[in-house]
Structures are given as C-alpha cells and as structure tokens.
Design a protein around this ligand. Structure first.
Ligand SMILES: *Cc1c(COP(=O)(O)O)cnc(C)c1O
Length: 399
C-alpha cells in the first residue's frame, strides 16, 4: 500500500502559521499580557511590542509606521478603506470605480455603498481577469472620489496593473485603494512606487495569525472610522490593541521581507512544475488567469466534464487539500464570480480547481498530486454522460 501523505495546497485560503510567529504570540499571551495603554511596566512592554510590530508591518510595504492601522483582518481593512473614504470625501462626489473580480469584502461593501446613494462603476476585465487602465480612465468622472482595484487575484492569481492605475489616480486627484491581501509577500509592494493611498493586507495569508490585518493609509488622507471608542490607532480604529495578533503579523511581515526572494523562487518553481504537469497529463484542461502575470503561488484549472467539488472530495480522500475557486463560495454550487466575469461558460466555471502552493510545500508534494490527479479525473469522467458524448462526437468526427 502506498504511504498516505497530507499535502496542503490551499495557501490562498489561509497559510500555516510560521513557528517563529507562534513563539512570539505565546509570549504576549502567557507573560507580557499588559494593555498597551497602561502606564506600568506590563503596559509599557506591550506598547513596545506593538510599536515594533508596526515598524515591521510598515517596512514590508514601504510605508511609515504612523500610516499603519491594525484591524481585525483583511475584510475589516477593506470595509474601513471603502466606507471610511466614501464618507470622508462625499462632499466631493459619490462615484466609486472597482472591478468585478474583487474579493467579497470589496464587492459586498460596494453593494452596501450603492444602497446608500453611491454610484459604483464595475469595470470590465479581459479573458485573464485583468483590468485595463484605459477602461479605468474612461470611467473617471468629475465626481469620482475613489478607485479600488485588487493587486493579485485570490482565485486565478492574475496581477493587476496597479502602478499604472496609481499614476492615473494621482493625476486626477482620486483616492486609490488596493486590496493586496494575496499579493503581499509574493509581489514587491512599495506604496509610493505603486501610487496607492490605501493598501490592505492580512496576517493569515502571509504565515501569520487569523483575525489581524493592516490598512495602510497615506499620511494626510481623511478617513471616517467604522467604530467609535478610545483613541487607539490615532483615532482611526478604536479598541484595545489585539497585542498577540499584532505581534504575530509584525513577525510575519518581518519574515516576509527577510525571506522574500527565496520564498518567491521556491513558490514559482513549484507553481510552474504543477502547471506543466497538469497540462501535460490531463486532456480537456485549461489554465485560468494570466499565463505569466500571475501570483507565484497560484494555479487554477478548468477541467472539463467533471465537477470541481467532486475533484475536491476525491483529492481530500488522498490527503490533498485544494479548493474550487474562493473558500467563501465553495460549499455553495454557485459558479465563481471571477470566472464568470472573465467570460467562461457556466459548465467550465463549475469544473475549476485551485491549487495554491506555500513555503512548506516540497517537490515531492507536487509529484504526489501529479501521480493522483489524472486518475481521479479519468475515474470521474468515466461516470460522466457528458464526457461519453464528447468522446463519441470526437470519434464520429474522425471517421
Ligand atoms: C482572504 C482575503 C481577504 C479577506 O481577508 P481576511 O483577513 O480573511 O478577512 C480579502 N481580500 C482578498 C483578496 C483575500 O484573499
């Protein structure tokens, strides 16, 4: 009997927490548990740790520490960015530009803003899920106050032309927010080079803890907070600092910067091996997302004549953790909004499989997937009447 492996290939949904992150978090729960606002030694120790974490969180994206707001995660940071800017700049206009391939944290927030009198333009994307800067330019109006476009897509990995959009936004005096939850740690991020005013990232997508995120807010940018309370985070996000989470994301950011080149090289190697292997060993399969301008950890395939969910269950039985698009939509049988926006037909969008590699994956993990996956696909296809019809039709065509 073959040995049973456990292979985690769902790093876009969440990443395993780095051991150094766990170690420092435990210290700020077990020993140095003070409230950073307290003036005694316990409080001062916690304050020092939050300050250090803020420096690392800023350095990872080329920001200054005072421009960093710690939130409860990527979702809250996205909400704070959009709602906070919309309210702060409503005297200038109520028009916002975004894309159809954003995470639900953006899409559902713009839905909320639309219900509250804002006008939202959703740009088109091309077959790779990419936004074009000319379309952004064409959508700009005198009352446009905000553009929000993600950096790297969580489902198909396509990287957006953020720097070009940033230049345009700056020229027109429009605030620019970028959801960089997937891109951070995988793509070089410098908020000044990218010309962004707001940038979101999250702890648990960069080998840090869940429940902690960062919103970068360019100095001088107005923002209305979501919650009222104490004067924490320079009055931009009230509530006692979540010290263990903050030191966790701080450590994760420090390691992401320190190990950047090595990590990206490792991920890119595994990703390309996986893409080559899948396209070479299974027929009627296509790679979704841009072939080259994509996140180093992302693969997303449409495998025709099989349900994505069936592949997932079969992979799970072999110890392989994968996903069919975004974790938020799996569990429902709705096809992915990203694949639909890219113009994929329903039946192809349904057969999508996302495998996202991480720093802990090895060549052997990829070899194992490539050993197991073709067999699963042919087993499922042998039970599919659609596949039988397609094979028959192809045979008729040949005669
Ligand atoms: C995961 C994710 C989020 C949400 O971040 P949380 O910390 O889980 O709330 C937002 N945007 C993108 C692109 C993501 O991948």
């Amino acid at each position: 009997m073959a040995e049973f492996r456990r292979v985690y290939l769902d790093n876009a949904a969440t990443t395993p927490v780095h051991p150094e992150v766990i170690k420092i978090m435990v210290r700020y729960m077990a020993e140095d548990f003070g409230n950073p606002s307290s003036i005694h030694a316990f409080g001062r120790e916690a304050r020092k740790a939050v300050d250090t974490a803020r420096e690392h969180a800023a350095a990872l994206i080329g920001a200054t520490p005072r421009e960093i707001i710690f939130t409860s995660g990527g979702t809250e940071a996205d909400n704070l960015a959009l709602r906070g800017i919309a309210e702060a700049y409503q005297d200038r206009g109520k028009h916002i530009i975004t894309s159809p391939v954003e995470h639900h944290a953006i899409l559902h927030t713009t839905d909320y803003l639309r219900r509250h009198g804002y006008d939202i333009t959703v740009l088109p994307v091309d077959e790779y899920g990419m936004v074009h800067v000319e379309d952004v330019e064409a959508a700009i109006r005198p009352d446009t106050i905000l553009i929000s476009i993600m950096h790297g897509n969580n489902e198909v990995g396509t990287i957006q032309p953020v720097a070009e959009i940033g230049r345009l936004a700056k020229e027109r005096g429009i605030k620019f927010h970028v959801d960089g939850v997937q891109a951070t740690g995988q793509v070089p991020v410098d908020v000044n080079a990218l010309g962004v005013d707001l940038y979101t990232y999250s702890g648990h997508k960069i080998y840090g803890p869940k429940g902690i995120g960062v919103l970068y807010l360019r100095q001088g940018t107005k923002l209305v907070p979501l919650a009222y309370g104490g004067s924490h985070e320079r009055n931009r996000r009230a509530g006692t600092e979540g010290v263990p989470g903050i030191v966790g994301i701080g450590k994760a950011a420090e390691l992401a910067k320190r190990d950047f080149n090595e990590r990206v090289a490792h991920l890119t190697h595994l990703r390309d091996k996986l893409i080559k292997g899948v396209l070479g060993s299974i027929d009627h399969v296509r790679l979704n997302g841009h072939p080259t301008i994509r996140l180093p950890n992302n693969t997303n395939f449409s495998i025709e004549y099989v349900e994505g969910e069936s592949i997932l269950l079969n992979l799970d039985m072999k110890g392989i953790a994968a996903s069919s698009g975004s974790a938020c939509t799996s569990g429902s049988l709705e096809p992915s909004h990203v694949l639909m926006a890219m113009g994929l037909p329903h039946e192809i969008a349904h057969g999508s499989l996302r495998l996202t590699v991480g720093r802990e994956n090895s060549d052997e993990d990829i070899d194992y997937v490539l050993e197991v996956l073709p067999g699963i696909v042919s087993k499922l296809r042998s039970m599919s009447p659609l596949y039988a019809d397609a094979v028959k039709a192809a045979a008729v065509q040949r005669t």
